[in-house]
Design a protein around this ligand. Structure first.
Ligand code: GTP
Length: 596
């Protein structure tokens, strides 16, 4: 296709503002999906995505659209909508010349959308502002058109009004995509360069790599090279999705399509990497490629220890389709054998644990999420700690923690309560701006460690669900952090160690000792439960010794009752863990960790 007749765009929207519905309607109106084949939410493939209504993996669809007698090829590139996937979003945006900014006409813009809009503006994309769901009685398009216009410039009248549900305004939107978004430009005679904006594992076909052609061309049967690793692969198939994968004779400048090489692991085909040809390789890779780093770590343990091999195989399998998943084996006194797993963020953690439980039928316990601390010890060594129980002992010169820049959008009435929350989480206010008349954007820097722990839940409950949140990494910063250990009769319970700010150490110690006191059954002897920083005890509770044996209260009378009690005890025994001399049912650890 002549690049003059190509338009590459994506849709930037908040979860639930109707991106999938609008995309479906576009597929239908352009005729690439017949009404009969129309499956709801065609683009969302995974079950979890559909159930939770979130889009994790992006893909691309080609649709024809005619304007003034000319036919154009529109490539719609789907972008993930959540905060953990900023890097993937940035690569999807880099594959486009324009973006539809889609906002629910009853809700207005949200923090994540704003963050992605800024990313799109940084990438010089042409923005088409659109209000969706105008069929809703609660829609207030006049108000939000003003908000959008003041945000990106332009007149409120230029903000399109559509309904993905009824199809109203969608044809006009497609016309505008053709009219406003610039066509791609590139050098057809230069060495081939194509950017990978997505890489999806398919059980039958192996890895499917989605690319946007920048220069040159790719043809079937060519040998391609990945510029980051120099690895060479044979191209088995090349094509476009429309929306089913359709092989083509090749891809030229500006086109969007997929490649299949028989590679079995998405790590060999990384998002952001540049594809070139082995015969005439390009010298410079396209800018913007990085290896996404895990930000949040958690120990994952099977509740039934014999499930460990299943967990290992499950992680190996998930890794094929998730290049950002990292793990290594770990053992814990309290929880047995498991893995320390690195995630891009909290949602990523949630998705992975949910997939493990659902697709592999595993019962898992996850330790409290931790971030990456850098600890400088006396001998000037810097140790990276992602598991609090591995915090170095001895004299520490400095501890630093990852920081994030946080953006919060909320109605102005909640500003006070949000500021209070952010301050209690060691946030430093960077700025505050009004968006329209009654909504405010607050910007903070905050330790990531303060966010991974129920920050979002608190934010939502303090604002009746009206606040939305976005964050991006912002380097490491030194802080007065200490490790708090929890001891049972003097023995450390590794899964409960936590790295916290010195001012919060006492509160953590009290919380955990009180929680464990309620959960640990009485033993033959008194069991002290302590919280300590190094050798210094900061909180203490104890479980008193058992006075009589369990059978005493049966008065020796009812024999069946006695037997039942003994059997129950035996059953309980199997799941007991020994911490020093203390027997603790595994359920107690699990309950203490999950805070129930
Ligand atoms: P993610 O896939 O989670 O990003 O969500 P989404 O933005 O794709 O939203 P989706 O299309 O799933 O729509 C969210 C909800 O809004 C669904 O219940 C839709 O039926 C509804 N919805 C979408 N578009 C419209 C619209 O134009 N009018 C009305 N009334 N409802 C709509």
């Amino acid at each position: 296709t002549d690049p003059a007749f190509i338009r590459n765009f994506c849709i930037i929207a908040h979860i639930d503002h109707g991106k999938s519905t609008l995309a479906d309607r576009m597929l239908q109106i352009t005729g690439v999906v017949s009404d009969r084949d129309m499956r709801a939410q065609y683009l969302d493939r995974m079950d979890i995505e559909r159930e939770r209504g979130i889009t994790i993996k992006s893909q691309a669809v080609r649709m024809p659209w005619s304007l003034n007698g000319e036919t154009f090829a529109l490539n719609m590139i789907d972008t993930p909508g959540h905060v953990d996937f900023t890097y993937e979003v940035s690569r999807s945006l880099a594959a486009c010349e324009g973006a539809i900014l889609l906002v629910d006409a009853a809700q207005g813009i949200e923090a994540q959308t704003l963050a992605n809009l800024y990313l799109a503006l940084e990438n010089d994309l042409e923005i088409i502002p659109v209000l969706n769901k105008i069929d809703l009685p609660a829609a207030d398009p006049d108000k939000y058109a003003k908000e959008l216009a003041s945000l990106i410039g332009g007149k409120p009248e230029d903000v399109l009004r559509v309904s993905g549900k009824t199809g109203m305004g969608v044809e006009e939107l497609l016309d505008r995509v053709v009219g406003r978004i610039p066509n791609p430009v590139g050098d057809p005679d230069a060495p081939t360069r194509a950017m990978i904006f997505d890489s999806v594992y398919d059980t039958y076909r192996g890895v499917v790599t989605y690319v946007r052609m920048i220069d040159g061309q790719l043809s079937p049967r060519e040998r391609i090279q990945m510029m980051s690793t120099r690895a060479v692969h044979d191209l088995l198939e090349i094509g476009v999705s429309s929306p089913e994968p359709t092989p083509t004779k090749g891809l030229g400048v500006g086109e969007v399509g997929y490649l299949i090489t028989g590679v079995k692991d998405v790590r060999q085909s990384k998002v952001g990497d540049t594809v070139t040809t082995a015969v005439k390789p390009a010298t410079d890779a396209l800018p913007g490629y990085t290896d996404p780093k895990p930000m949040v770590f958690s120990g994952l343990y099977p509740i039934d220890g014999s499930d460990y091999p299943i967990l290992r195989d499950a992680l190996d399998k998930l890794k094929l389709s998730d290049a950002s998943l990292n793990y290594e084996p770990e053992t814990s006194v309290a929880l047995g054998f498991g893995f320390r797993v690195g995630f891009l963020g909290l949602l990523h953690l949630e998705i992975v644990t949910e997939r493990l439980q659902r697709e592999f039928d595993l019962d898992l316990i996850a330790t409290a999420p931790s971030v990456t601390y850098e600890v400088k010890t006396e001998d000037k060594q810097v140790v990276t700690v992602t598991n609090p129980s591995e915090f170095p002992s001895g004299k520490i010169l400095e501890v630093s923690e990852p920081m994030v820049k946080v953006g919060i959008l909320a109605p102005k009435d909640y500003v006070g309560t949000i500021m209070e929350l952010c301050q209690s989480r060691r946030g430093a206010l960077l700025g505050m701006e009004y968006l329209g008349e009654d909504r405010v954007e607050l910007r903070y820097t905050m330790p990531l460690g303060e966010i991974v722990f129920d920050f979002f839940d608190h934010l939502k409950s303090r604002t009746q669900g009206y606040a939305s949140l976005d964050y991006e990494p912002s380097g490491q910063q030194a802080a007065d952090l200490v490790k708090v250990d929890i001891l049972l009769q003097g023995d450390q319970v590794d899964a409960f160690s936590a790295i916290v700010h010195r001012e919060k150490a006492y509160a953590y110690g009290v919380l955990m000792t009180e929680r464990l006191k309620k959960l640990i059954p009485r033993q033959q002897f008194e069991v002290p439960i302590q919280a300590a920083i190094g050798a210094r005890i900061i909180a203490r509770e104890s479980v008193r010794a058992m006075r009589k044996d369990v059978l005493a209260k049966c008065y020796g009378g009812d024999i069946t009752r006695k037997r039942k009690l003994l059997e129950k005890q035996k059953e309980g025994k199997k799941r007991m863990k020994m911490v020093g001399k203390v027997e603790v049912p595994q359920e107690a650890f699990i309950a203490a960790l999950s805070g129930d």
